[in-house]
Design a protein around this ligand. Structure first.
Ligand code: CP
Length: 303
């Protein structure tokens, strides 16, 4: 029994396998309609979600399986004080696999220690979001055809943006990948990640100006300022519109530079950008469902 708590729990070869499965699902969805018949997925969401929860649920339905769970911990016995450990032990009695989101960093790891079924981290606080990274990787692969030799720009809240942390960990494993980290001073990538990149000899630069670096980017990954992680609302209001991507700012970008965003978007990408052929964020949403289907199949050991 195997859980996925961090993107590096999957090897590069396993990610290649998931991408191959996802591409096959896209090409031949009918071959997968019954693959998880009589299997149940539980979605335990202690924090709000639209995409991750619904895409896990759509993924299981498209595999012919069933879904149980809750989308609001207030409607579960967590509101009476039940621990995460007890909750997952109980849900293990009902489900074959669990996707769990929690506001506390590390909560899915605690859950995995006590559950009798695989746990998938569907986002833990400002830490990691491995299945969003699977969506991001399939999108990059389908747009660029490879992962090596890319300059990847991350822009926005790089401190609390868990999708940024997971994608940096994933992309760090490919050859000759460089990171351009664009953020306000207060929202820089956490120092432990800078130390990891230094130790691994990964090339990166930090800047506050998106305009200055735009021409060199092969991929642009925009992010929302994570309001829910701020202690002080005044800080959030001051920082929330630090970067707003517009068609004007994209004039200096490469013509084949995919624009990614994990969504939800607040104000950081103008809706006028949506018609740009480089805008990939809604494709990314669809890709997330296919990669979650591939991951469910893998963790349940379905051929
Ligand atoms: N990308 C993402 O995690 O979106 P949700 O918060 O809506 O699940």
């Amino acid at each position: 029994m195997r859980s996925i708590l961090d993107i590096t729990d999957l090897s590069v070869e396993e990610i290649d396998g998931l991408i191959a499965t996802a591409n096959d699902i896209i090409a031949h969805p009918e071959n997968y309609w019954d693959k998880c018949k009589h299997k149940k997925l539980a979605t335990l969401f202690f924090e709000p979600s639209t995409r991750t929860r619904l895409s896990f649920e759509a993924a299981m339905h498209e595999l012919g399986g069933d879904v149980i769970g809750f989308s609001d911990a207030q409607n579960s016995s967590a509101s009476k004080g039940e621990s995460v450990s007890d909750t997952v032990r109980v849900v293990s009695c009902y489900a074959d696999i669990i996707a769990m989101r929690h506001p506390k960093e590390g909560a899915p790891r605690i859950a995995a220690m006590r559950a009798d079924v695989p746990i998938i981290n569907a986002g833990d606080g400002g830490h990691n979001h491995p299945t969003q990274t699977l969506a991001d990787l399939l999108t990059i692969y389908r747009e660029k055809g490879h992962f090596d030799n890319l300059t990847v720009g991350f822009c926005g809240d790089l401190k609390f943006g868990r999708t940024v942390h997971s994608l940096i960990h994933a992309m760090s494993r490919y050859k000759n990948v460089r990171f351009v980290l664009v953020s306000p001073e207060e929202l820089r990538v956490p120092s432990y990640m800078i130390q990891e990149m230094d130790k691994a000899g990964i090339e990166y630069e930090e800047t506050t100006s998106l305009e200055d670096v735009m021409p060199k980017l092969d991929i642009l990954y925009m992010t929302r300022v994570q309001k829910e992680r701020f202690f002080n609302e005044a800080d959030y209001i001051r920082l929330k519109d630090s970067y707003v991507l517009t068609p004007e700012k994209l004039k200096s970008a490469k013509p084949d530079m995919p624009i990614l965003h994990p969504l939800p978007r607040v104000n950081e990408i103008s809706v006028a950008v949506d018609d740009d052929p480089r805008a990939c964020y809604f494709k990314q949403v669809k890709n997330g469902k296919y990669m979650r289907m591939a991951l469910i199949l893998k963790l349940l050991g379905v051929e």
